[in-house]
Design a protein around this ligand. Structure first.
Ligand code: IMP
Length: 425
């Protein structure tokens, strides 16, 4: 399919990196359209682990073009570090990378402010990744931020000075601010190294689509962390929905051929906020250990819980999903049965999708169904007929709840542990 959007259906960490890496085998371009270095996409290739934060997952595939869209907030220090890390591992990316000159720059002061604001919030804060995402998007919306096109210009240096004064005044004596001389030196380095990569990837991608090339739009975070649709205020500051790809990259909805939602076979969340199917105590701990549920970006342990179909049902609708990729099915193997939340009860009423108020989401009682488990998934399983019966039925239940077919099942971190299928509602 020429234009495919991939989004997370839960609270991020669904395994999008692996799914996109598999799909990127047929792609000419992989593209990011929102967020910044708060993302952490892990890819395993032949026992080597790659953790990407700003670059799209196609970066690890030679020959795939990569683009960073104007909806992103780009931390130049982290971007250059990521490029250099890949280069040190023998993967050259610069000649394949195109950065939107319209994208926002995320400055060290944004990171410093994020950390400080997080510490100032009561009762656990929002649990942000402290990568400066909220403050950088605040600047974008306030029209006081800097963009990639400002690099290397006199006008940009003036805006940098103004931003520095404004942000360091907000940080004040309470925090540590990068000294101005250091920031100026960084500015020169960013200008020299990033300006040659800056341009108009939106136009390049449209031309590529015109030639019949294949483009993957790679969502970061997940549906329920979306600034508007998610569990506000426990959300990120960008639009994580499929529509966010249209606005954040400059592609109209009519140009999109398919939208794949990625769902983990159970649910996890990092940071604060409601989580109806969360498993407390030893059961949650076991799932965390078995699934190695530790944040790629922050190293924080993820909260773990059961599969929540109201979350997935809403994600299927809000993103217009044409298919679902189910990940980490292997983590549940060996269990006799699995409880799955099929609906919620709120004030004596049964509801099928999450209530709009996060306060109500705190109060819902999940309605569970019990589904048979499955044994170990046979090595080399590649098609539907290789699926254990219990797993096939689990996938059918997801398809019937969401109205979208399960088209891919991931049974391990490596590319080879992937089953293509079409399990329809
Ligand atoms: P921020 O995006 O750093 O501002 O964090 C806001 C919320 O989104 C926090 O709860 C974070 O834990 C969560 N978050 C941000 N990025 C990711 C991600 O890539 N995976 C999972 N959660 C994320």
């Amino acid at each position: 399919m020429p234009a495919t959007i991939v989004v997370g259906m839960q609270w991020g960490d669904e395994g999008k990196g692996k799914v996109i890496d598999v799909l990127a085998g047929d792609a000419d371009w992989t593209v990011r359209f929102q967020g910044g270095a708060n993302a952490g996409h892990t890819i395993w290739i032949g026992g080597d682990r790659f953790a990407l934060h700003l670059l799209p997952s196609g970066a690890v595939r030679d020959g795939v073009r990569c683009a960073l869209g104007w909806g992103m907030v780009i931390d130049p220090d982290r971007l250059l570090a990521e490029i250099e890390e890949l280069e040190a591992r023998g993967i050259s990316i610069r000649r394949r990378l195109s950065i939107s000159a319209r994208a926002s720059l995320l400055l060290p002061c944004h990171r410093e402010l994020d950390g400080l604001e997080e510490e100032g919030r009561r009762s656990g804060g929002l649990g942000t990744t402290r990568r400066g995402i909220g403050p950088a998007y605040q600047d974008r919306a306030a029209r006081t931020g800097l963009v990639v096109a400002d690099l290397g210009t006199a006008h940009g240096r003036e805006r940098l000075r103004a931003a520095y004064e404004r942000l360091s005044a907000r940080i004040g004596a309470a925090g540590q601010v990068t000294p101005w001389e250091e920031l100026r030196a960084s500015w020169e380095r960013w200008s020299a190294e990033i300006t040659p990569l800056a341009g108009d990837p939106t136009e390049e991608v449209h031309q590529a689509l015109g030639r019949g090339e294949t483009v993957l739009f790679e969502g970061a975070q997940g549906t329920h962390l979306d600034l508007h649709a998610g569990t506000y205020p426990y959300v990120t500051s960008s639009s994580t929905l499929a529509g966010g790809a249209c606005a954040g990259f400059g592609i109209g909805p009519t140009r999109i051929d398919q939208v794949i939602g990625v769902a983990k076979a159970y649910t996890t969340r990092v940071g604060t906020g409601p989580f109806p199917t969360e498993l407390a105590g030893e059961e949650g701990e076991r799932l965390r250990r078995r699934g190695a549920e530790v944040g790629t970006t922050t190293g924080r342990p993820r909260r773990c819980g059961l599969l929540d179909l109201p979350l997935l049902r809403a994600a299927a609708r809000w993103n217009g999903l044409t298919g679902i990729a189910l990940t980490k099915a292997d983590v549940l193997s060996g269990r006799k049965s699995n409880s799955v939340a099929v609906a919620y009860e709120l004030d004596g009423r049964r509801i099928e999708i999450p209530p709009s108020s996060p306060h109500d989401l705190e109060r819902v009682r999940p309605v569970y169904e019990e589904w048979p488990g499955w044994e170990e998934i046979p090595e080399g399983a590649a098609t539907r007929s290789d699926l254990p019966q219990g797993l096939a039925r689990y996938a059918e239940r997801i398809a019937s709840a969401t109205g979208a077919p399960v088209v891919l099942i991931s049974t391990g971190p490596e590319r080879s542990s992937t089953i293509s299928c079409s399990i329809a509602p």
